[in-house]
Design a protein around this ligand. Structure first.
Ligand code: MN
Length: 520
């Protein structure tokens, strides 16, 4: 049962029985170690025999490859990759993605080679798995600059956006089983989940996944705040279940009269992490948060949304300035809905969200809904869909996000119109540089001392000249010598302002004698 539903069941037990249709999704939980492929098929009503076969083969392949390996929990390792497959099926991803998800750790953690997998499953699936493996090599150090380049890197790396979706589903299971990971690693992994994965999920419009990632990471990163938030949550009872039931019945009756068909009416309880985010804005005053519980009404089309809003405002007095038209002005991540808060009649207030089925699916699954089993299954349009929903748009949205709003134009210009390359240190740290950068730029980006003592460079294990232009995904190793120093010609061999500034400073400081030496 999702956490939100659990809390709801705790506070408003009767609600579970009085007939509100609930949109619950059976995410993998630890207590069901059943790894039968039928559990995946059950999530994909339209699945073909061909795809069943593909997924079944992937299951057998992964199970055999991981044989004997155990998770920290003591479970077979295979349980983890199967859970990743379940998470992908819950998002209704296409069969290739699910198969790749089930095999996502095979190349990294077992003896199986890419060639062997290619023979069995073909190039696309191997590419997806390799993409996930590469993302897995990224290290997270937690500094702001690093977080930023890591996020961009995620974006730039994934030639196929499905790689990112697999990675997020992989992370979801890892963070939901974090209690088994050694204590000293937990906080770092959880923080990384909040800063990278959850934000990425949000940027891709995957609201449900974002909420799950955040709530699982929350207690590990901010244990005190987590406890406090639960306390506050438990201290409020925004609306009684009786009153909520009344509102639902009234709406059901009245909307029919006004010719609005209710396709679905349910509620959602704000997830804990987002409640905390909001509480922080209101100095932890929980009485200021009006959307702890929200009623959601799904209607057939956009016209019905406004019609329903009119009916609701006719029935209940709206709380002033609590109305938001995200249909006319969607959120940066594409979220659409009408939000209003009403006085429900007994002194309590209630947020109501009105949207169409399409808006609802988009809000819950985001980009995944475009990559879904159904969409990708349609006439060979797969490549087109992937392209259409591909990175260009997402990149822009990404940069447009709340935290970057004021710098949007600046960032857009420097980061995306001037292309970046993303390269690795031998340890797996990511360095992002402008296109055309060389090992000299790389070494100054690592540290000015490294730059000033650069003697040579290896790219992907091979010695190269210092003016070699670096390519995306290169692994760069710098040879440092105590007696090496910057040369004047490095100015022409470097691209970044930072490198050039250091080189000039060095030459200036060490004056003419060196100049002679440098120009020989
Ligand atoms: Mn994994």
């Amino acid at each position: 049962m999702p956490d939100t539903a659990r809390y709801w069941a705790f506070f408003f037990p009767s609600l579970l029985f009085f007939g509100i249709v609930k949109s619950m999704t059976p995410y993998m939980t630890n207590d069901i170690p059943d790894t039968n492929p039928n559990r995946i098929f059950a999530l994909l009503p339209d699945i073909t025999e061909h795809d069943k076969d593909l997924i079944t083969r992937a299951c057998h392949f992964a199970e055999k490859a991981h044989e004997g390996q155990l998770r920290n929990s003591g479970e077979p390792y295979y349980n983890h990759v199967f859970a990743t497959g379940i998470n992908l099926a819950t998002l209704r991803m296409d069969a290739e993605t699910i198969a790749a998800g089930i095999m996502h750790d095979v190349l990294e953690d077992t003896k199986v080679t890419a060639e062997e997998m290619d023979k069995e499953f073909g190039g696309t699936i191997v590419c997806l798995v390799q993409g996930v493996t590469k993302l897995g090599k990224l290290k997270y150090s937690g500094t702001e600059r690093h977080v930023e380049s890591l996020r961009k890197f995620f974006v730039a790396m994934a030639d196929d956006i499905r790689v990112v979706v697999i990675k997020l589903c992989d992370r979801l299971h890892n963070i939901q089983t974090l209690q088994y990971v050694p204590k000293e690693k937990q906080r770092r992994i959880a923080l990384e989940t909040l800063e990278i994965h959850a934000r990425l999920a949000n940027r891709l419009g995957m609201g449900r996944l974002k909420a799950q990632l955040e709530d699982a990471a929350f207690p590990y990163v901010y244990p005190e705040e987590y406890k406090k938030t639960i306390e506050l949550f438990e201290s409020v009872r925004p609306i009684s279940d009786g009153q909520l039931e009344k509102v639902v019945h009234t709406l059901e009756e009245e909307l029919v009269i006004f010719d609005v068909e209710i396709r679905q009416i349910d509620y959602r309880v704000k997830h804990l992490y987002s409640l905390w985010q909001k509480l922080k804005r209101y100095k932890m005053d929980v009485s200021k948060v009006h959307d702890i519980v929200a009623l959601r009404i799904i209607v057939p089309n956009v016209g019905d949304c406004y019609q329903a809003l009119g009916v609701i405002h006719g029935l209940y007095r709206p709380v002033p300035s609590r109305f938001k038209d995200y249909i006319a002005v969607p959120k940066p991540n594409g979220y659409k809905s009408l939000h209003t808060t009403i006085f429900s009649g007994d002194g309590s207030t209630l947020e109501i969200q009105i949207r169409t089925k399409e808006m609802h699916i988009e809000a819950e699954y985001g980009i995944a809904s475009h990559l879904s089993y159904k969409e990708l299954g349609k006439s060979g349009s797969k490549e087109e869909v992937i392209k259409k929903t591909g990175w260009t748009k997402e990149l822009l949205e990404w940069q447009k996000g709340e935290e970057h709003h004021q710098d949007f134009m600046k960032n857009l210009k420097s980061d995306f119109f001037e292309n970046r390359v993303f390269v690795f240190t031998p340890k797996g740290d990511v360095i992002d540089l402008p296109e055309g950068s060389t090992p000299i730029d790389f070494s100054y980006a690592v540290h000015s001392d490294v730059g000033d003592h650069t003697a040579g460079a290896k790219v992907n294990g091979k010695l190269v000249p210092l003016d070699t232009v670096l390519q995306n995904k290169d692994i760069v190793e710098i040879d440092i010598k105590e007696n090496s120093s910057p040369r004047r010609k490095w100015l022409d061999m470097s691209k970044t302002t930072m490198a050039k500034r250091h080189i000039r400073a060095y030459i200036k400081e060490h004056g003419g004698a060196l100049d002679k030496f440098l120009t020989r």
